[in-house]
Design a protein. Structure first.
Lengths: 111, 115
């Protein structure tokens, strides 16, 4: 059973478009991280959200943690080719040490 | 500085070879991790060291042997691997010894090919 489901699985868009990636679970998480990974490279941390309802902005990227701490979203405004990559959400459930990864969203932004 | 370094970047080995992967961080983090990632899949946890002691072993075959010589270094010794062990091996570290409040920072990975 996959605890963190991401949607969509694949996304192919033109430069300048907006998009939202969702990370959903039926379980409660103490925190959620979002990473971006390029082929053959390690995941790069984008943000950590720890408070239910929290919204964090990183330039054109907006991250939200659901009020019930069961879901998160990543919104990208005016996507650029440099945003291309695999986006992974990952989180810890309370009192567990293991980081649980989402299923991943592969984004391709065309010029 | 949130940098985790890994060497080598690429490794090709035969099934009878012995090799080691190395990971280093100088951020004073107290937990270090090994993950295995197959193509188009999320990373899978292999081992966790917390305060230089092995705290999690995810039932990894004994042909993979981790070692934590000190708080900055983590090795993964490889012996008698199988072709299905070919993958991207990722090292990560986190500040507070692991646990559900700790954020993990990943290295660039070692691409391992077993012939």
């Amino acid at each position: 059973t996959q605890l963190l489901e991401q949607s969509p699985q694949f996304l192919s868009i033109q430069e300048g478009e907006n998009l939202t990636v969702y990370c959903n679970s039926s379980s409660v998480f103490s925190s959620l991280q979002w990473y971006r990974q390029e082929p053959g490279e390690g995941p790069v941390l984008l943000v950590t959200v720890v408070t239910g309802g929290e919204v964090k902005k990183l330039k054109r990227l907006t991250f939200q943690f659901g009020d019930a701490r069961k879901d998160s979203s990543l919104h990208i405004t005016a996507a650029q080719p440099g945003d291309t990559g695999l986006y992974l959400c990952a989180g810890h459930r309370f009192f567990t040490d293991k980081l649980i990864f989402g299923t991943g969203t592969r984004l391709q932004v065309f010029p | 500085d949130t940098e985790v370094t890994q060497t080598p970047k690429h490794l090709v080995m035969g099934m009878t070879n012995k090799k080691s992967l190395k990971c280093e961080q100088h951020m004073g983090h107290r937990a270090m991790y090994w993950y295995k990632q197959k193509a188009k899949k999320p990373p899978e946890l292999m081992f966790v060291y917390s305060y230089e002691k092995l705290s999690i072993n995810e039932s990894v075959p004994s042909r993979f042997s981790p070692e934590c010589p000190n708080s900055s270094l983590l090795n993964l010794h490889l012996h008698a691997l199988q072709p299905e062990d070919s993958a991207l091996y990722l090292c990560a570290s986190s500040p507070s010894g692991g646990g559900f409040t700790d954020t993990q920072y990943f290295g660039p990975g070692t691409r391992l090919t077993v012939l």
